[in-house]
Design a binder for this molecule. Structure first.
Ligand SMILES: [Mg+2]
Length: 359
């Protein structure tokens, strides 16, 4: 499932990375604020016959996990983006990292005109529940009237999740809370509890979709109201679209904190998705995607970067600029790390590694 038939064909006919990628360039992009525990985003850009693509697995990921991200890079470098099913720009949400409440207005100002906001919560060692609640209050003040989503990245225990969801619901309406607990069974139990306890917080699954061998367990266990999907960890636009279709749940496309080059593939996925009636009912006709994250970078390879304008992003490929590739070039040692990593993932895929998708 994680390898689309189109990408499988490309891989079968291409012996070595160098036979597909004309160039492989790794960069280190400075971030405007600490996010996901990092202040520099290292990533790798590749140029193929269809254009520039991105291979952006986080540096701590092993070969098996990173290989899925390579499938996405192969797809975008070798094949055109699938045709959009919905014309027009793709609305995006603001993304607020686990920052102190007083810093919220400064980050919120990077996302003018958005209709939704995603707030990071439950970051261990960074913020307490009280500080999370203060941040949410500050966001509601800085971005009045927008849909509020929270993302716990699976950090809560089952009991803490109940306490947190109850407190979060008291701050006002929530569109959903993303991955309150880590395990898919825990999500299912929590969702059932919320329904019985009348805590009006829909549950979204993110890590339970992108970090597991079977992303469809979320829907078969009734573990979420919404799924969050990312092109790179799901093996590309076409593979992600088939996961969404098979799951039959409302989907929100989100980023893997790529540069503007990779974000463009996310926009292509968001524009390609049909909107089932259930999704339209819970998230609206055009759910805001979590793709505005170029605003969290203070340096990008594209000029102009793929930044939200009036709360939305345009469809289309993004190419890096040569002078920016030079400005942000990773050092020779890091460049070697990325090239070797890409080759290891390629070998893994050629040996049938994406068949099972198992970790
Ligand atoms: Mg998430």
């Amino acid at each position: 499932m994680l390898m689309s038939p189109e990408v499988r064909t490309v891989l079968e006919h291409t012996p070595q990375p160098r036979d597909l990628f004309e160039r492989i360039v790794s960069v280190a992009l400075p971030m405007a604020t600490r996010f996901r525990g990092i202040t520099v985003r290292e990533t790798c850009l590749v140029l193929g016959p269809a254009g520039w693509a991105e291979f952006a697995p986080f540096v701590e990921y092993g070969t098996v996990e990173a290989s899925r991200w390579l499938l996405a890079a192969i797809e975008s470098a070798a094949l055109p983006f699938p045709a959009p099913r919905r014309p027009g720009d793709v609305p995006v949400n603001a993304t607020i990292p686990a920052i102190p409440a007083q810093q919220v207005p400064q980050i919120a100002a990077r996302f003018p005109g958005v209709s939704a906001v995603k707030i990071k919560i439950a970051e261990r060692g960074i913020a307490s529940l009280d500080e999370d609640l203060e941040r949410i209050a500050a966001v509601r003040q800085a971005l009045p009237g927008v849909d509020v989503r929270c993302d716990a990245n699976g950090a809560y225990s089952d009991d803490d999740a109940k306490t947190a969801l109850t407190a979060l619901a008291r701050t006002g309406p929530l569109q959903y809370v993303e991955q309150p607990v880590a395990q898919v069974e825990g999500l299912a139990r929590l969702r059932e509890w919320a329904s019985i306890a009348r805590v009006p917080v829909p549950i979204a699954a993110d890590e339970s979709i992108r970090k597991v061998s079977d992303p469809l367990r979320v829907s078969s266990l009734g573990a979420a109201d919404v799924i969050v999907v990312k092109t790179q960890p799901l093996g590309g636009i076409r593979a992600a679209a088939s996961v969404i279709e098979a799951a039959g749940l409302p989907a929100v496309v989100s980023s893997g904190l790529e540069s503007s080059v990779g974000l463009a593939a996310g926009v292509a996925l968001a524009a390609h998705l049909p909107v089932p009636e259930a999704a339209a009912a819970s998230l609206g006709e055009r759910p805001a995607a979590g793709l505005g994250t170029a605003a969290l970078l203070s340096g990008d390879v594209a000029g102009p970067a793929l930044l939200p304008r009036a709360g939305a992003l345009p469809w289309g490929r993004v190419a890096p600029r040569e002078e920016l590739l030079e400005t942000y070039a990773a050092g020779p040692e890091r460049a070697r790390f990325w090239t070797e990593r890409l080759e290891a993932c390629w070998t893994h895929l050629k040996n049938g590694g994406a068949e099972s998708g198992a970790e």
